[in-house]
Design a protein around this ligand. Structure first.
Ligand code: NAD
Length: 383
């Protein structure tokens, strides 16, 4: 086996996603398993170079994980020819400029979503990356979740017959921050800092719907701010200017209708923090992050509407668990592995900056639809 080092500049690793999911659960987990076997006698050894604004935070992170390389000078890191890949998990508003610099420096780029704050910027990134001949990828982690992988298996196996509709329910209560601290960063609730649930979640809905059921052709959304005042990380009150709930209806090619609610102002009465119910002529499924349950046409009960008597059946008990039948790895790590293979072997990879731009497009049109109070077509975008 030949060991080949791949040097990855990781920007935004002191943040929630950058730290936990990308550094610890993906890159460090890959090192713990001995690197990534490319299947051709080569093992890739990821070497992170931590990048950020605060030296003390980066030093502490590096020391904690026994890493030696960190820098507060992004330009210098990008000018280093030994750095192969630039990864970005910064706050959304800081992403576009950093990605442009990395592409101009000839780095392959991998990034969190949303890739930019608007469709024009997101498309420009995709075009710049193509023109520069660098490889590019965007995090689309939800389709790598065990629950959704099982749902995809059902779709591919033809379980549903003709798929009619999808209803998704996402959300949980995010504390306002006064009497209990908020469990999400305060910038998420300020539109001027790139926050908002539409910008955050519609990119996820785009690739989930697209990969499982087909391209989204129209959107109708109502975005609102249920909690207008919150308290930040320092206990200071601020005006929550961004939407914290979005109720969306999406048409999908082939006539499937999807309806997805997303809210940070909802209390959970579900089995998981996100759940999708899919109804088809032959059967239905409910998939969450980890679980997936089905009800076949042949086992569908016959409820009769009668408000005069208590419910006679326990409806949840009438569903059957879909078995794992395999071992599921962390979704972020699984996608990192595919991206690293793509960079080093040219293996196909379609979760790229154009796919990322479709997510930004859906968010942009979702907000426009809400502001104008009407349904909007989603035109197909190309490079
Ligand atoms: N794929 C997913 O499921 C998922 C989930 C949550 C967030 N995200 C995305 O990941 C990105 C980071 O989100 P997060 O929740 O980790 O945020 P966070 O606030 O926890 O982390 C943000 C990171 O960016 C850095 N940063 C750079 N410039 C900054 C600036 N001007 N102000 C403040 N911080 C700055 C911070 O130091 C920190 O390292 C966002 O773009 C978000 O959309 C993706």
């Amino acid at each position: 086996m030949t060991r080949k080092t791949v040097r990855i500049a990781m920007n935004g690793v002191t943040g929630r996603m950058g730290h936990r999911q990308h550094l610890v659960r993906s890159i460090l987990a890959l090192r713990e398993q001995g690197g990534l076997d490319l299947g051709d006698g080569t093992v890739l050894w990821p070497e992170p170079v931590l990048v950020g604004r605060r030296a003390h935070a980066l030093r502490a992170l590096a020391e904690r994980y026994g890493l030696t390389e960190w820098s507060t000078d992004l330009d210098a890191v990008l000018a280093d020819d030994t750095v192969d890949i630039y990864f970005d998990a910064q706050v959304t508003a800081a992403r576009e400029d950093a990605l442009k610099k990395a592409i101009a420096a000839g780095k392959h780029v991998y990034t969190e979503k949303p890739t930019a704050t608007g469709l024009d910027g997101a498309l420009q990134l995709a075009r710049l990356a193509e023109a520069a001949g660098v490889r590019h990828g965007v995090v689309q982690d939800k389709i790598f979740l065990p629950g959704l992988l099982k749902l995809k298996r059902l779709v591919d196996g033809g379980f549903f017959g003709r798929i009619l509709s999808v209803r998704g329910e996402f959300g949980y209560w995010v504390f306002e921050g006064d009497w209990q601290s908020a469990q999400r960063p305060s910038w998420n609730y300020r539109a001027e800092d790139g926050g908002g649930i539409v910008v955050d979640m519609f990119p996820h809905w785009e690739y989930v719907l697209h990969e499982l059921f087909g391209r989204v052709t129209s959107v109708q959304a109502l975005a609102t701010t249920h909690i207008p005042r919150r308290w930040d990380e320092d206990g200071r009150p601020y005006a929550a200017t961004a939407d914290d709930a979005a109720y969306g209806i999406f048409e999908i090619e082939g006539g499937i209708v999807a309806q997805i609610n997303a809210s940070w102002a909802v209390r959970v009465h579900r089995d998981e923090l996100v759940e999708f119910q899919v109804d088809g002529t032959e059967g239905s499924a409910v998939a969450g992050l980890r679980r997936c349950r089905v009800q076949h046409r042949s086992a569908t009960p016959r409820p009769v509407w009668n408000p005069d008597v208590p419910a006679t059946e326990v409806f949840r008990d009438q569903w059957q668990e879909v078995p794992d039948n395999t071992e599921f790895d962390n979704g972020f790590k699984a996608q990192w592995e595919l991206f690293l293979k793509h960079v080093h072997t040219g293996a196909p990879y379609h979760w790229d900056l154009l796919a990322g731009a479709r997510g930004v497009q859906l968010a942009e049109l979702g907000l426009k639809s809400s502001a104008e109070g009407r349904r909007l077509e989603v035109p197909e975008i190309t490079l």
